[in-house]
Write a protein that binds this ligand. Structure first.
Ligand SMILES: *Cc1c(COP(=O)(O)O)cnc(C)c1O
Length: 361
């Protein structure tokens, strides 16, 4: 049975003039649309009371479980406006399925895939005018999230859970456009460990990454790269992006360790690269292979990928006492080719050969 969604529209929608100003330079994650989606869960009632309401603050009891024990999951996805004015999302069921896996890991209830997709569609439809036109690769960033909303300080899975969707128009994630991101290799901190929650999209993984990111910034780097926690040898990922290594012989490799968050961008690039004739390896890749491969020229390009930043070339890697320069000649040829293939599908400029796009309106 699919979810019934009630709608209460805002009485003070953002004016056309104010909206035009926001959409001209949306930044990332600073402006939010006029509405939000909410549905609640209890063991007795299951998912109930699905609604679109005006965007606004939540009132939470100070004893609300999520504030203390971080029982929460989230997703990140985008809606794209095509040249004919239609609005589409990219593989939304993949986000729904990943949230289901994350929720199982965090002992949260599973929201059915069709309800997740219906919630995202409903919010996009009601705030459709917030989807920027595709110029400059702008989009509407969508943030579904699920939080433990029981008022209880005991430690056990929450008996009241709230799933919400909010949306925010987005320009380019990195200020200053597509230029290589410099990376800081943290030798002190890990992002995830065996049996932990590295494969779940949950706020705690981000909370634990911030001090390492601070270290990166203090050392003049854009982003931090994490190694595996057991041997501090194998490359995992950045704070919020997966990694790819392009070899001179036409292979490309992406870390697979069991403790990374497997991105939908990462998975889509595997398909795109294979269709372009590349051999894709999902395997462990050591920091020595990175350093030696760049030095010998065997690694030609390195890039990072995720919904927010799409595909971004990786520049130099620094750590306490050393540095590896950017791989290859800096042309980022395959990086750019893969990036174009992906965004062309997302913005409707290229054929949707894999059936990834979902029309919303
Ligand atoms: C969300 C996320 C990614 C990228 O996933 P996409 O589905 O491609 O956006 C990578 N790493 C982490 C830790 C993430 O949370």
């Amino acid at each position: 049975m699919s979810m019934e969604i009630s709608t209460t529209l805002t009485e003070s929608p953002t004016s056309d003039a104010a909206l035009a100003e926001v959409l001209a330079d949306p930044g990332f994650g600073v402006h939010f649309t006029d509405h939000m989606f909410t549905v609640e869960w209890t063991p007795e009632k299951g998912w109930h009371d699905a609604r679109i309401t005006p965007y606004g603050p939540l009132t939470l009891d100070p004893a609300t479980a999520v504030l203390h024990y971080a029982q929460e999951t989230f997703e990140g996805m985008k809606a794209y406006r095509h040249a004919d004015g239609s609005v589409w999302t990219f593989r939304p069921e993949a986000n729904a399925e990943r949230m289901a896996r994350s929720s199982v890991r965090l002992a949260l209830p599973v929201l059915p895939v069709e309800d997740f997709v219906a919630a995202v569609d409903a919010l996009i439809k009601v705030d459709e005018r917030w989807v920027p036109d595709s110029e400059g690769e702008k989009s509407l960033y969508i943030r579904p999230f699920m939080i433990a909303t029981e008022r209880f300080l005991g430690v056990r899975p929450s008996q009241h859970v709230t799933f919400m969707v909010i949306a925010s128009p987005a320009g380019s994630y990195f200020k200053g456009g597509i230029k290589p991101v410099s990376l800081w290799l943290t030798t002190e901190y890990s992002r995830a460990g065996r049996g932990g929650m590295g494969a779940a999209k949950t706020g705690g993984n981000y909370a634990s990454s911030l001090v390492a990111q601070q270290e990166a910034t203090a050392n003049g780097c854009d982003q931090v790269v994490f190694l595996d926690s057991e041997e501090a040898t194998y490359v995992e990922e950045l704070g919020g992006m997966n990694m790819y290594f392009v070899f001179a012989d036409g292979r490309i490799a992406t870390p697979a360790t069991g403790t990374i968050l497997e991105g939908i961008t990462r998975a889509s690039i595997i398909k795109i690269a294979e269709s372009l004739g590349y051999t894709v390896e999902e395997r462990r890749l050591s920091i020595d292979e990175w350093r030696d491969g760049v030095t010998s020229g065997e690694i030609k390009e390195i890039f990072a990928c995720g919904t927010a930043a799409v595909v971004t070339p990786v520049g130099a890697l620094k750590w306490d006492g050393g540095e590896v320069p950017q791989a290859g000649d800096g042309s980022s040829e395959l990086t750019n080719k893969i990036r174009s293939a992906l965004v062309d599908i997302q913005f409707g400029r290229g054929e949707d050969a894999f059936g990834w796009m979902h029309q919303v309106c």
